[in-house]
Design a protein around this ligand. Structure first.
Ligand SMILES: [Zn+2]
Length: 104
């Protein structure tokens, strides 16, 4: 009976749409991914990410990411095989993004 797709990493609460809008507004629509220089990515964010994967849907555990940063974080998490590793600080600047690194 869930309306969301079953391939989510974690189940989302019924009020997810509201939470999501709140995160987008808090982060001013900008990606919160951290670049290697320590600066924010700052590109338009489209995906609300769980900083620590799991069922913690509190604002403190959510951040807005662009598609690229989110994909990168998801790949890093699946490679690590653990949910508690921090996001690697090896963000590549946009002008070097033509060929995103392959996970294989
Ligand atoms: Zn980003």
């Amino acid at each position: 009976m869930a309306w969301y797709s079953s391939n989510r990493r974690s189940e989302l609460p019924p009020n997810w749409a509201i939470i999501r809008q709140r995160v987008i507004r808090r982060d001013r629509g900008l990606c919160q991914g951290v670049l290697s220089e320590g600066a924010l990515c700052g590109h338009p964010g489209t995906e609300v990410d769980h900083i620590r994967p799991g069922s913690d849907h509190s604002m403190g555990n959510l951040q807005l990411l662009c598609t690229w940063c989110h994909k990168r974080k998801t790949q890093a998490e699946s490679r690590a095989g653990r949910a508690d590793k921090p996001m690697p600080k090896t963000h590549i600047p946009r002008d070097q993004r033509e060929a995103p690194p392959s996970p294989w």
